[in-house]
Design a protein. Structure first.
Ligand SMILES: [Zn+2]
Length: 386
């Protein structure tokens, strides 16, 4: 197996946030005509956190816009960075840009990238933070509150096993916590809540600085174009070493005609599979970055806003339980502390591994699947010169 790994692809994964930023800016700067933007993200102790982006306007006529966003969840930016580098090296030079604009965004959550956290310094999951009207912040997720009161402990973490795992029972291949299935727990909590940062999947009370900047930019860009394809890069969910395209199922952010034209899920199955939010172990979210495209698009836009998820631990029941246990324990520990430093470091290490497995086989698979997807989609959009 190991002799088949493309080590050049694996080397695209950066060492850290600053290395990643340097690589992105260097490569982006080599392609003429791009408009760079550097959004400084305020930090309590850091003055070097930036979300960087580059926009190449169409050379002749504005018809299509391709947007690729990376790192909305901090530790997942390692993969996002590698994919952007592959895109800049291999896809960009092969594109016919006469009618197509390209916007690439590096590290939506630089704090989370630098410190290996999923959320921002304010404890906000940015992929629950996009409410253009602000209405979402007034809502309550009562099912999530109920799950927390039943299963979530607010005490220092005392063991690798989170307290909710004490009530775990597996019956006929289904995991239960009391009378709640793991899928019910996930579908209740994962969509997000806007009340308490100490509960799972907090979406904030207002747009975080980088969310506001992204919304502002989209307000400016979207009216210029007809067809918009937006790909948001993530890791952690789904089958090991496999790329899943997640779509919200809301309809507004996925134009069926445009999706059918660009994504042939059968012909492309070597590279990815299409997984609807309703699938077991997956979920719909509120305030996702993709929803901003739907909220800001007009009637003449055709939008396909899609989440690209690369599986890490895998999707077996055992892997899902392991992932959930670690996710809950890390969250509990962050706010309530740990019994000792060894426990803290063990839980944080596993948490990081869930976003970024230390395996060249995984790294190469991420780049290879992305390359296959971008080529197939750009070819169908008639913008690939090959
Ligand atoms: Zn993610």
């Amino acid at each position: 197996m190991s002799q088949n790994i493309n080590h050049q692809d694996a080397k695209l994964f950066p060492l850290n946030y600053h290395d990643s930023r340097k690589r992105f800016l260097e490569l982006a700067g080599m392609i003429p005509g791009g408009q760079l933007e550097h959004w400084q993200i305020p930090g309590k102790k850091d003055n070097d956190l930036f979300t960087d982006s580059i926009y190449w306007p169409p050379l002749e006529k504005s018809e299509n816009l391709l947007v690729v966003t990376s790192g909305i969840h901090g530790s997942e930016t390692y993969a996002g960075s590698a994919i952007l580098q592959m895109f800049l090296r291999e896809i960009m030079p092969a594109l016919d840009r006469r009618n197509t604009g390209i916007w690439l965004v590096h590290a939506m959550n630089p704090f989370g990238f630098k410190y290996h956290r999923r959320v921002t310094e304010n404890g906000v999951n940015l992929n629950r933070n996009f409410s253009v009207s602000g209405e979402l912040y007034k809502t309550r997720n009562l099912e999530s509150e109920r799950m927390h009161s039943m299963l979530f402990k607010r005490a220092p973490v005392a063991s690798l096993k989170s307290p909710m795992m004490d009530s775990l029972q597996v019956k006929d291949g289904v995991a239960y916590f009391g009378d709640v299935t793991m899928d019910q727990f996930t579908k209740a909590t994962a969509p997000g809540q806007f009340v308490n940062p100490q509960d799972l999947e907090y979406g904030g009370k207002q747009l975080e600085p980088q969310s506001a900047k992204l919304v502002e930019k989209l307000k400016n860009l979207l009216p210029k174009f007809k067809d918009i394809v937006a790909l948001d890069l993530h890791t952690g969910l789904g089958d090991q070493n496999r790329l899943h395209l997640l779509t919200s199922g809301s309809g507004k952010d996925l134009n069926p005609e445009l999706f059918a034209k660009l994504f042939d899920t059968n012909a492309d199955k070597e590279f990815y599979e299409h997984t609807p939010a309703s699938a077991e172990g997956f979920y719909e979210v509120h305030g996702a970055l993709n929803s901003a495209f739907a909220d800001l698009a007009s009637a003449q836009n055709r939008v396909c806003a899609i989440t690209m998820e690369f599986g890490t631990l895998g999707h077996s029941l055992e892997a899902q339980l392991k992932g959930l246990n670690n996710f809950v324990a890390e969250h509990q520990g962050f706010y309530n502390g740990y019994a000792n430093a060894e426990l803290k470091s063990a839980i944080e290490k596993e948490c990081f591994e869930r976003s970024y497995p230390q395996s060249d086989e995984w790294r190469a698979a991420v780049v290879s699947a992305s390359r296959g997807l971008f080529k197939a989609v750009c070819r169908r959009a008639s913008i690939l010169k090959d």
